[in-house]
Design a protein around this ligand. Structure first.
Ligand SMILES: NC(=O)C1=CN([C@@H]2O[C@H](COP(=O)(O)OP(=O)(O)OC[C@H]3O[C@@H](n4cnc5c(N)ncnc54)[C@H](OP(=O)(O)O)[C@@H]3O)[C@@H](O)[C@H]2O)[C@@H](O)CC1
Ligand SMILES: [K+]
Length: 512
């Protein structure tokens, strides 16, 4: 799903109005109807609904919702905040319609002391500012937003299109913003919903269709996208009947150190359960029995060191040796011993195909930034926010961090993701995608090691690096969702994610 900017959303609106018999006021009615239906489906008419409206079209939506709820027997009230002397045309039309039919349902607010008390059991709808917010709220409007934010603790708050005060495609850090339990947004995700800094503001986001024209959406380029199931169905290639293990690539996984062999085991298992043809693990001597017993399908090479790996570059020292492996995954539980860092540098000097770098491999790069330039182009890097900061430095807010992510992916020609609720993936072509599968049950040790195994496996099988990242992150999240459904977010572990990869592939095959 494309993520459009506030301006592109206005253009989609205008395009639909120009190319269909639908007028602007009809579109507002459709938006208001979609919200009203959602409210009626989820809350009974015994609850009063207080709808706070601004002077633009977001306020117009609020006025139309008030009328539609009153039509259905709800006790709805519109509280209009006069932040501007001028109302938009569609706001005015809806104001007149509401006043004509339900004159007692409207309350005007010209300054903060006019805000009415809200009954204890009332539902609150926030229709003050939408995508037309052009600057931070100031003066008494900032105070009003601040005051309304406190309703979050005692009431259910539903934001219409976007929580008021939140900028759709810029950072709103340190700005007054309404906190909502639910956001009912029209047609598209807004970039703001996907940023961790806004996690506490939007609550659950529900995308409601209002019939904007699909051809505008199809023909308009968007810098940001959210991965959808259909994208993954297009990427997925089922195994052919006449294939053999060589068809699916030989992966080399360099992972583990004393006390962290579990990371290597998880990564190796995930690699095999994602379909790699052959897997060799390079581990320190202390890990030999562990790998042989825990992952019997994998081969095992041991380092000359007992507790950390230090000579893994020898596996690719000659072109002939290097050609044995389709891909290298490196990092889970690796440690950052000086010998390991030295061997990583040597590895990068010898190996020139895309690889997967995670965890301690990234920490080693963060400590020696000159190594970043030696990482083979098209490689996959999988930092979490702390590792990202060690690699590329601090930023002031999430939008700046996203820019930095995208800039580094382009400049270094690497596929770099940034882990989070909506993992962001930046590609050498300048595009940035967000993944929406996954859940908080995956915020546990081991989940990242599983992802490394999955990505390494997909590269081994010949998926292009961008496809491998989009698909691997999606599958990892979906397996996590299946695991949570089966045994709860609390109880699930990284091993459950690996186990449920099977269910994910069975699901994928249905669309192949
Ligand atoms: N496209 C769609 O899909 C559809 C969109 N629809 C709806 O339209 C909404 C967008 O409406 P919109 O463009 O009228 O803007 P909106 O957010 O109501 O605010 C504009 C007002 O706020 C003002 N203002 C701005 N910043 C301010 C500040 N800091 N402090 C004070 N004032 C400030 C600004 O005044 P000005 O900047 O001119 O001073 C103007 O008066 C969208 O979110 C959705 O709900 C649906 O109806 C139909 C389909
Ligand atoms: K709003």
């Amino acid at each position: 799903m494309k993520i459009f900017t506030a301006q592109q959303i206005r253009d989609a609106d205008a395009y639909t109005i120009m190319h269909t018999p639908i007028s602007s006021i009809d579109l507002m009615e459709k938006a208001a109807m979609a919200c009203t239906n959602w409210i009626c489906k989820n809350y009974g008419e015994q609850l009063p609904v207080y709808i706070f409206c601004g002077m633009g079209n977001n306020g117009g939506d609020g006025l139309a919702i008030t009328r539609l709820l009153l039509n259905r027997g709800y006790q709805a009230k519109a509280i209009i905040l006069h932040h501007s002397p001028n109302a938009s045309a569609d706001h005015t039309t809806n104001y007149q319609a509401l006043r004509h039919r339900y004159p007692d349902s409207i309350h005007h607010v010209h300054e903060i002391k006019d805000l009415p008390p809200v009954p204890e059991n009332a539902l609150i709808a926030d229709a003050i500012f939408g995508t037309g917010l052009s600057r931070p709220a100031e003066g008494w409007m900032a105070d009003a937003i601040e005051q309304l934010s406190h309703y979050y603790d005692q009431h259910t708050v539903i934001a219409i299109d976007i929580p008021s005060g939140l900028m759709a495609d810029a950072s709103s850090a340190h700005m007054p913003v309404i906190k909502a339990h639910h956001t009912l947004s029209f047609e598209f995700y807004k970039l703001a919903f996907l940023l961790p800094e806004n996690a506490a503001l939007t609550g659950e986001v529900h995308i409601l269709s209002i019939g904007l024209l699909p051809d505008y959406i199809a023909q308009t380029p968007a810098r940001y996208q959210v991965t959808e199931a259909t994208h993954i169905h297009d990427i997925y290639r089922p195994r052919k009947p006449f294939s053999h293990k060589g068809t699916f690539g030989h992966a080399l996984l360099i992972a583990g150190s004393e006390g962290k062999m579990g990371a290597a085991v998880l990564s190796a298992k995930a690699c095999l359960h994602t379909g790699a043809g052959l897997l060799t693990c390079h581990v320190p001597r202390c890990g030999y029995d562990i790998i042989q017993i825990s992952v019997p399908s994998a081969m095992c090479l041991t380092d000359e060191q007992k507790d950390h790996s230090s000579v893994f570059h020898n596996n690719v020292a000659t072109p002939e040796a290097a050609s044995r492996y389709k891909v290298i995954g490196i990092g889970p539980g690796l440690g950052t011993a000086a010998g390991t860092a030295w061997a990583l540098e040597k590895l990068l000097e010898h190996y020139h195909s895309p690889m997967v770098l995670d965890a301690d491999a990234l920490n080693i790069l963060g400590a020696s930034p000159h190594l970043l330039r030696k990482v083979p182009q098209q490689s996959l890097l999988t930092p979490h926010p702390k590792e990202f900061e060690r690699l590329f430095g601090k930023t002031a807010n999430d939008i700046e961090r996203l820019e930095l992510l995208s800039e580094k992916a382009r400049a270094l020609q690497l596929n770099i993701l940034l882990k989070g609720r909506y993992t962001a993936m930046a590609f050498p072509d300048g595009s940035v995608w967000f993944n929406a599968t996954g859940n908080a049950g995956m915020a546990k040790g081991g989940s990242g090691d599983v992802l490394t195994g999955i990505l390494t496996s997909l590269l081994a099988q010949g998926y292009a690096p961008k496809e491998a990242m989009l698909m691997g992150v999606y599958l990892h999240g979906l397996a996590g969702d299946y695991a949570a459904a089966e045994c709860s977010q609390e109880a699930m572990t990284a091993e459950d994610i690996i186990r449920l990869l099977g269910k994910v592939f069975l699901e994928l095959r249905k669309y192949a």
